[in-house]
Design a protein around this ligand. Structure first.
Ligand SMILES: [Mn+2]
Length: 376
């Protein structure tokens, strides 16, 4: 069984310990996109991705290029031997994985061959997966660009893909009047794309829209979204904002409305019950829905000061662990690295996550508080 992964995460997996893994490197992004293209024009028996908008938009762009609805399965927990055996029984021989952080929880030895494609392996600019897929498949033109812009904004990587985001804003100048000057000054960044002049921009809503299917409808949400977008007409952002008869737009709008209401409710509790220790803000998320915590922590971060670390906690009583979702605007903290060093998780510099057993909760939180508050 062959596994091809297009990704951009900071991982704790040491690939050189596996002789079935080939880590592909490139001298620059242009060359990287060209190499990725060779793998993306191929057909696969199964496409998997994380359930976040970066992964999902990658799958959509791949589907646009191939003009068909791929056999898709969201996967956040990795593939273990039993699941891989099951896939093999179902004649799955080639798998393509997008934006797949769960590779860390996967039995890599079960595959005959693994190709790992990430700009990080060559120390290139950290571009998100949907950007890589769009740049590798430019035939998907404007719709591919728009869809990949959503992935980039949701992944907080606007600064690294500014040309694309600038062109989207200018193309929809009526939707983003407060961003036009920032484009002209080439000053768009991961934060002002959501909030400019103390006001939420339409990218705030667009980003929530692409999170909503999974958070509200769980596993089936993204499957429905991918299918609806690929079987219906392409749409423009105006339709998403103003509504339209397009079934995929209707589906996004419906789930977005439900999600916005949940967020407003949770925000009230956050303001009331958050615990602040120096620069770390802890909060027990009340809404138990997959993906909700991750998006909610990002929104609370956007609304916070520079230097703050938002630490959202969610108890998993079945697994006896606490899930943490960490967010900060200060990349110097390198949250992903802190979690890797503590041996509990990983992620990006400004967004990371981990699972901590109940009996290690105090230890972990003390270590986190100590590390963050030792920065000056
Ligand atoms: Mn990503």
């Amino acid at each position: 069984m062959k596994l091809v992964i297009v990704d951009h995460h900071q991982l704790s997996v040491e690939f050189d310990k596996f002789n079935n893994v080939r880590v592909i490197t490139a001298h620059n992004l242009e060359e990287f996109y060209k190499i990725v293209r060779i793998y993306l024009v191929e057909d696969y028996d199964l496409i998997i991705s994380d359930e976040d908008p970066d992964g999902i938009t990658s799958v959509i762009i791949y589907g646009l290029y191939h003009k068909k609805i791929p056999n898709f399965k969201g996967n956040r927990n990795g593939l273990k031997k039993e699941q891989i055996d099951e896939l093999r029984k179902n004649n799955i021989q080639k798998i393509l994985a997008f934006d797949w952080y769960a590779i860390q929880y996967t039995d890599l030895t079960q595959f005959d061959e693994i190709i790992y494609l990430s700009p990080r392996s060559s120390n290139l600019t950290n571009v998100n997966t949907s950007d890589i897929v769009y740049m590798a498949l430019p035939e998907t033109v404007k719709f591919g660009r728009d869809i990949s812009a959503i992935g980039t904004v949701c992944d907080y990587l606007v600064d690294n893909c500014r040309n694309k985001i600038n062109s989207v804003v200018l193309d929809y100048r009526n939707l983003f009047p407060e961003l036009i000057n920032l484009v002209k000054e080439n000053k768009l960044d991961r934060y002002n794309i959501y909030y400019a002049g103390n006001k939420k921009t339409k990218f705030f809503d667009l980003s929530l829209m692409f999170w909503a299917p999974f958070i509200i409808e769980e596993e089936t949400g993204n499957e429905s979204l991918i299918k609806l977008i690929l079987e219906n007409k392409e749409f423009r952002f105006e339709e998403l904002i103003n509504g339209s008869e397009n079934p995929s737009v209707k589906y996004l709008n419906k789930n977005y409305l439900t999600l916005s209401n949940l967020i407003d409710e949770e925000r009230k509790n956050f303001d009331k019950y958050k615990k602040v220790v120096g620069n770390v803000v802890f909060y027990n998320v009340r809404m138990h829905k997959s993906g909700f915590m991750s998006k909610f922590s990002s929104i609370m971060l956007d609304e916070s000061e520079y230097g703050i670390v938002i630490a959202m906690r969610g108890k998993d009583i079945n697994k006896n662990v606490i899930k943490y979702s960490l967010r900060t605007k200060k990349a110097d903290y390198n949250l992903g690295n802190i979690l890797i060093k503590l041996g509990v998780g990983g992620g990006h510099e400004t967004a990371a996550g981990c699972f901590v057993p109940f009996d290690k909760e105090e230890w972990f939180e003390n270590e986190l508080i100590k590390t963050i508050n030792s920065f000056t």
